[in-house]
Design a protein around this ligand. Structure first.
Ligand code: FMN
Length: 227
């Protein structure tokens, strides 16, 4: 087996081991490891090498205060994300969204149609699923959708680098829903758009919310081969 195969095996191992973690242990990730994760993530490409990502990263009591303030905010404010949320999920996109939601609900024991219990599970987003750290990711408004696109690559690389160190993570658009609050709380200037949060820490491996894995579409469903 050549070097390339070995590298691909290592990359595939990270890609398949990573999953969105929805229950964390409370013990912190050492600052040095967080720096390693962010440094690795910065290696992704960006249009004109603009590197549009900026992060606010919380630890310790800063995460706890943010968690509490965020939960209070959801009780008193309506969602108002900087980046408009998808207008709808239809067809296969709706199917995939539902499959993921049902797998989560089944894992945590929420019955289909139990709106109270599913809303309670959704609200766990605002506890940051118990994570000891949260990164708030923003991009310059003037770079528009391409800045956001570059930051999407950053999110993936962040999650993979974290996985390589045994650190679990979850990107959260649900947190970005409270845009004005995030700008106020973290002094994020108005010439930037908040894209998402990434909660991270060590996974609670025995928690039911971490017991399922999402599927992926077949290659022929996503590639139009021209040969
Ligand atoms: C930009 C982005 C935003 C997301 N926002 C949320 C969120 O707010 N809450 C949540 O539980 N999962 C969120 N997710 C996780 C997705 O549900 C998850 O990536 C998808 O179902 C595939 O599962 P996997 O990450 O475990 O492979 C988000 C993922 C991305 C990439």
């Amino acid at each position: 087996m050549g070097g390339i195969d070995l590298h691909l095996d290592a990359l595939n191992a990270l890609l398949t081991q990573r999953h969105s973690c929805r229950a964390f242990r409370s013990d912190p990730v050492p600052r040095e490891q967080i720096e390693q994760i962010v440094t690795s993530a910065t290696r992704v490409p960006s249009w004109c090498n603009a590197q549009p990502w900026q992060l606010t990263i919380t630890s310790g009591t800063e995460t706890d205060h943010f968690r509490e303030a965020l939960q209070r905010e959801t009780q008193q404010a309506s969602p108002n994300p900087d980046l408009p949320f998808p207008t709808r999920y239809s067809g296969v996109y709706q199917d995939r969204r539902r499959a993921c939601g049902w797998a989560l609900y089944k894992a945590v024991g929420v019955e289909k149609g139990d709106r109270t219990a599913s809303a309670q599970q959704m609200m766990k987003n605002y506890t940051l699923f118990g994570a000891p750290h949260c990164a708030i990711l923003s991009s310059p408004t003037e770079l528009g959708p391409y800045g956001a696109m570059d930051c999407g690559g950053f999110v993936t690389a962040f999650a993979l680098a974290a996985q390589a160190l045994g650190v679990a993570s979850i990107p959260q658009a649900a947190v970005a829903a409270y845009g004005p609050f995030l700008h106020r709380y973290f002094d994020i200037p108005d010439d930037r758009i908040v894209l998402c949060a990434i909660s991270f820490g060590y996974p609670d491996k025995d928690h039911p919310a971490n017991s399922f894995r999402t599927g992926r579409a077949a290659l022929d469903d996503i590639v139009d081969w021209r040969e």
